[in-house]
Structures are given as structure tokens and as C-alpha cells.
Write a protein that binds this ligand. Structure first.
Ligand code: NAD
Length: 296
């Protein structure tokens, strides 16, 4: 007898963390069949999952998590055992320029997914409903930002979102808790710190710095560069999501951190020093010379 199939609905699976998670899941869970629901915004790249789609255990459905009819259809067709919600508008600067898409996807979209899940679970019983998990990716930015001497955030840190992005993620985080407390939807909320790694959209700090440096262009640094982030490798986030899905307590929220707090200037100079070793500039000057304070 073969291994019984487990269907996992991964929203936003064509983005940075989602696509890394899909790869991790296919490698580590032989019974997993993955359905990706992704709107393919500017941040979603179907080619990120090209090989995985060819493998036959990963299907991509193009659609919006805020479209209740579409989400209903996906639940009806695939009957998932878990939902892992990565779908989001995720770029802070874009949320300052135009907040509406953030409210649409991060708040209305998460609400729609929770509502469809609630109705879906009301029609299930036994193992099917007991083992179902709704994993939601929140962010440590719901707690605001860290100053250089601040202790790391923890699960009980207060909510103090500083951008429309963080505020929309805070609303979704609260909705997940409320759906567990009110309706018993088995939600688990994860609050990772800043991720880095392969397939990240090149407008984020690390890939932007690498690409600019290699092109010999200025590497922008905002303010004094002392903004502290806890840098987390994306594969570690994928492992944490699986740990939460398999062993986490429903109704709980978990921080995911790497205990690797570094300010932006330290990160950028480390990248420059590595590039000096790996790919010296033709003019022999250090890459650090390219770091320049940007006017925001
Ligand atoms: P990303 O921007 O790279 O990817 C987001 C994905 O969601 C894209 O594939 C996009 O097409 C899809 N999407 C956007 N709107 C959608 C909608 N309405 N319906 C369906 N799909 C939609 O984001 P990421 O960096 O991979 O982040 C994934 C999740 O993790 C997000 O919820 C983000 O808030 C959270 N998070 C990210 C970080 C980080 O450092 N990247 C840190 C903490 C938390």
C-alpha cells in the first residue's frame, strides 16, 4: 500500500518564503501534495516553482485569496488537510506609497481564507477536522522596531505596528486568534524576523545590495544604518513552519528568530567584504566605497 496523500494548500507559494517552503516540503514530506494559490503579483514568480510543477506533486492555481468564490472552489476541489498562508503584500516602502493593496490582501484576504476554512471544517468530522491546521505567517514587525540595546521581541511583546504593512499584518494576526477563540478554527500564527536567502525579490536589502555592488552602482543605506534586524535564513523559516504544522499548539503564536541581530550597516559591510574576496572589483577598490547614505 502507498503512503496516503496529504494535501497542503500553500497561498503565496510563488513568492520568496513560500517557494522555499514548497521545496522544503517536497524534500522532507514524501506524502505531501501541494496546491499553491497565488495571485502572481509583481512579487510572485511562477518560474520559482518550475521544476516543482514538473515533478507532479505541486500544482499552481492562479487566484486571489480575497476572492471567496475562488477559495471555495479550491477547497472543494482539493480538500486540503492544512493551509499555510504566505500570501501577502510584503514590502514596507510600497505600503507607505499605496496602502490599499495591503488592506485588501493582508486583511480581507486572510479574513476570506479563515471564513472559507471555518465553513469547510463545519462539514468535516473525526480525523479530518482534528488534524486540520491553519498556519498563518505574521511578522515580528507587528511589535514595531528594535533599538540597538533593546531585548529581542517575544510572544508577549506589545503590538506597536509602525507602517501600513505592519498594521495590516497585525490585523490578520488578531483575526487568526479570534477565529480560534470564537469558532475553534485551528490556527497557529508565526512571527518570523527578517528572512534572507535564494529567490528573494531584488528590492529587499540583501539582494539589492549584491546586485548594485556587482553592477558597480551605489548601495543605498538609510539614516545612520543602525536599524537592527534579526536575520533569519529562509530554509530555517521553512523548517519552523513544518515544526509548527506538525507539533505546534493550536491557538498559539510563535516568534521565529535566529538570535542574529545585526544593524543594516554591519550587514552591508559584511556583504561588501565577502564580495571583495569572491569577486574583486576590476579597479581593485573595496566594495564598501559604494555604500552611500540615501535620502528617503
Ligand atoms: P513575497 O512578497 O515574496 O511573496 C508574496 C506572495 O504572495 C507572492 O507570490 C504574491 O504573488 C502572492 N500574493 C500577493 N497577494 C496575493 C493575493 N491577494 N492572493 C494570492 N496571492 C497573493 O513575500 P515573502 O517575503 O515570501 O513573505 C511571505 C509571508 O511571510 C508574508 O505574509 C510576509 O508578511 C511574511 N514575512 C516575511 C518576512 C520576510 O523577511 N520576507 C518576514 C516576516 C514575515
Amino acid at each position: 500500500m502507498g503512503i496516503s496523500k496529504e494535501t497542503i494548500l500553500v497561498t503565496g507559494g510563488c513568492g520568496f518564503i513560500g517557494s522555499n517552503y514548497v521545496r522544503h516540503l517536497l524534500k522532507t514530506s514524501p506524502s505531501a501534495h501541494i496546491v499553491v494559490l497565488d495571485k502572481l503579483t509583481y512579487a510572485g514568480h511562477r518560474p520559482n516553482l518550475e521544476q516543482e510543477e514538473k515533478g507532479g506533486r505541486c500544482e499552481v492555481v492562479v487566484g486571489d485569496i480575497a476572492d471567496g468564490k475562488k477559495v471555495d472552489e479550491v477547497f472543494e476541489k482539493y480538500r486540503p488537510q492544512s493551509v499555510v498562508n504566505f500570501a501577502a503584500e510584503s514590502h514596507v516602502d510600497r505600503s507607505i506609497d499605496e496602502p490599499a493593496p495591503f488592506l485588501h490582501t493582508n486583511v480581507a484576504g486572510t479574513f476570506t481564507l479563515l471564513e472559507v476554512t471555518r465553513k469547510y471544517l463545519s462539514g468535516t468530522k473525526g480525523k479530518e477536522s482534528e488534524e486540520f491546521r491553519f498556519i498563518h505567517l505574521s511578522t515580528d514587525e507587528v511589535h514595531g522596531s528594535l533599538e540597538p540595546k533593546d531585548p529581542p521581541f517575544c510572544e508577549t511583546s506589545t503590538f506597536a505596528p509602525n507602517s501600513p504593512y505592519a498594521a495590516s499584518k497585525a490585523a490578520a494576526d488578531h483575526l487568526c486568534r479570534a477565529y480560534y477563540r470564537t469558532y475553534g478554527v485551528p490556527t497557529i500564527v508565526l512571527r518570523p524576523s527578517n528572512n534572507f536567502g535564494p529567490y528573494q525579490f531584488p528590492e529587499k536589502l540583501i539582494p539589492l545590495a549584491i546586485l548594485r555592488a556587482i553592477a558597480g552602482e551605489k548601495i543605498p543605506i538609510y539614516g545612520d544604518g543602525k536599524q537592527v534586524r534579526d536575520w533569519l535564513y529562509v530554509e530555517d523559516t521553512a523548517r519552523a513552519v513544518e515544526a509548527a504544522r506538525n507539533k505546534g499548539c493550536v491557538g498559539e503564536a510563535y516568534q521565529i528568530g535566529a538570535d542574529a541581530e545585526k544593524d543594516n550597516r554591519t550587514v552591508l559591510t559584511a556583504i561588501c567584504d565577502l564580495l571583495d574576496q569572491l569577486r574583486p572589483r576590476s579597479n581593485q577598490k573595496p566594495y564598501r566605497d559604494l555604500i552611500e547614505t540615501a535620502v528617503s
